[in-house]
Design a protein around this ligand. Structure first.
Ligand code: FAD
Length: 462
């Protein structure tokens, strides 16, 4: 097992989305003289990642501007930054704290925060921004680790942070099919070329009806698409909309007496709404307790939540901007978007496109759709042991990572220190963001990530 040098001289952060960028920002502010920091990102520029790399102005943040600051101790930082830029091309002509702004603006903001941190960093701290894809990490007898990139470049580091974001989803039918390798199928919906090859009047099938499905629907509309968009999900549930102006609900949970079961938690939630609380504000009032709640649940309770409550929780908790909800509603009323509840049965290519057959939920009825493309928006996978990327395959094979007991993320502490496969805590490998979902549950949005980034930077330098 590698033992890092007593002072961590070289810190490598893998992934330059929001998480990786913010870890580096804090490291640059806090690192003592002589520290070396390397950020490795395969798709520059830094600060955007999949969420904020979009160029579509109709892809909006699903959190109001006033809650998207990069710094928990300066909550208005993002809002002020946008205020200073109102009226510029691509920016709104006015802005209010409750506004849901385009995500590309947030990408600009994180990139600017990153550039400023670099400019202010002392010369005694070395920073390297490497463009490349990490494919392997190997422990060395010298006590440090060797990182290998896809183009065979290597570098040695003392501590490593995995800031790799969400994994792509699973196949929408749980068996391999030739269809998944054809040009009529898009597996990763966050790529810029996702809508290529769809004629203006051709129909599309989106598998999934969540946040990413909404992104695709509004993007198609903006591009002048006039065909029908079919959106199929198991239960037909759709994310609810935010409702600005609702006053916050006073916390009804007590930190020293949190419910220990999902049943008890849901009972308390419903009772609070029945007392007259707006359900959105009631749900939001739970957020400060979410980590303690989740960690207070046994693994069996967490599994129960995943089986029974999760789909309902997700659509109420992860809400969309009101403008997006209105647009989807308009398109649905116009018949341009059709939502279905059901289970996909088969997919095959035809001479003119793709044929999808699904069974309507609760019935034996089979429905056939003929579309130009099928786009997988079933949401990210979380089982790191099944994702076929060389980095994860190598880390698993070397016993350097393990998935958590419910395969919701990496097996790690709430502070992001990663467990080896059945061999205790790693003393050099850390993770931030989505991989910590198993231990924290709420771990993918900016309000959580900014706190994790600061704490992790302090820990890495300790
Ligand atoms: C479409 C979408 C919209 C969202 N909207 C919001 C929102 O409005 N508000 C909010 O708070 N949260 C939102 N989120 C949640 C979002 O996950 C976080 O806010 C944030 O973007 C996560 O950042 P990250 O750095 O952890 O992951 P990512 O943004 O995914 O960044 C990971 C980075 O790692 C790089 N990478 C991965 N593997 C390698 C490798 N092997 N080698 C080198 N580089 C690698 C990737 O290229 C990527 O740039 C949204 C998420 C999505 C997907």
């Amino acid at each position: 097992m590698a033992t890092p040098a007593t002072s961590p001289r070289h810190l490598a952060v893998i992934g330059g989305g929001l998480s990786g960028a913010l870890v580096v920002v804090h490291l640059l502010r806090l690192a003592p003289a002589g520290t070396r920091i390397t950020l490795i990102e395969r798709n520059p520029p830094v600060g955007r990642g999949v969420a904020y790399g979009t160029e579509c102005g109709d892809h909006l943040l699903n959190v109001p501007a006033a809650r998207m600051s990069a710094f928990a101790d300066d909550p208005q930082h993002f809002f002020r930054w946008v205020e200073e830029r109102v009226g510029r091309p691509g920016y709104p002509t006015q802005v209010a704290p409750d506004d849901f702004l385009p995500r590309h603006i947030y990408g600009d903001y994180i990139a600017a925060v990153f550039v400023e941190a670099r400019a202010k960093a002392p010369d005694t701290v070395r920073f390297d921004n490497v463009t490349g894809e990490l494919v392997d990490i190997e422990e060395r007898p010298e006590g440090n680790v060797r990182l290998t990139l896809a183009d065979a470049r290597t570098l040695d580091a003392d501590r490593v942070v995995l800031a790799l974001g969400l994994l792509p989803g699973e196949y929408p039918i749980r068996r391999s099919m030739p269809f998944f390798h054809g040009r009529r199928y898009v597996h990763v919906p966050w790529q810029s070329e996702v809508l290529e090859g769809i004629g203006k009047d051709q129909d599309v099938l989106i598998v999934g009806a969540g946040l990413t499905a909404n992104d695709i629907i509004v993007q198609l509309d903006r591009l002048g698409h006039r065909g029908t968009v079919h959106a199929l999900s198991r239960r037909g549930l759709r994310p609810r909309a935010h409702c600005p102006g609702i006053p916050p609900h006073a916390p009804f949970l007590k930190a020293d007496a949190l419910p220990a079961t999902i049943r008890e938690m849901l009972h308390l939630l419903r009772a609070e709404v029945r007392k007259g609380g707006d359900w959105r504000a009631v749900i939001d009032s739970v957020r400060p307790f979410s980590h303690a709640l989740w960690q207070g649940f046994s693994w069996e309770e967490r599994a129960r939540f995943m089986r029974h409550a999760r789909p309902f929780w997700d659509v109420h908790r992860h809400r969309i901007a009101p403008q997006v909800a209105e647009e989807i509603e308009r398109l649905t009323i116009d018949g341009r978007v059709k939502f279905y509840a059901g289970r996909l049965q088969s997919l095959r290519e035809t001479t003119s496109g793709a044929e999808a057959v699904f069974r309507r939920r609760g019935t034996a009825d089979l429905v056939t759709l003929n579309v130009a493309k099928v786009i997988n928006c079933t949401g990210p996978r979380t089982d790191y042991s099944k994702y076929q990327h060389p980095l994860y395959i190598n880390l698993l094979a070397r016993g350097l990572i393990d998935h958590d007991p419910l395969a919701l993320g990496l097996h790690a502490t709430s502070a992001g220190q990663v467990y080896r496969y059945r061999n205790g805590l790693s003393n050099w490998l850390y993770a931030i963001g989505a991989p910590l979902k198993g231990v924290l549950w709420e771990s993918t949005a900016a309000p959580e990530i900014r706190v994790q980034a600061r704490q992790l930077a302090e820990r890495l330098l300790a």
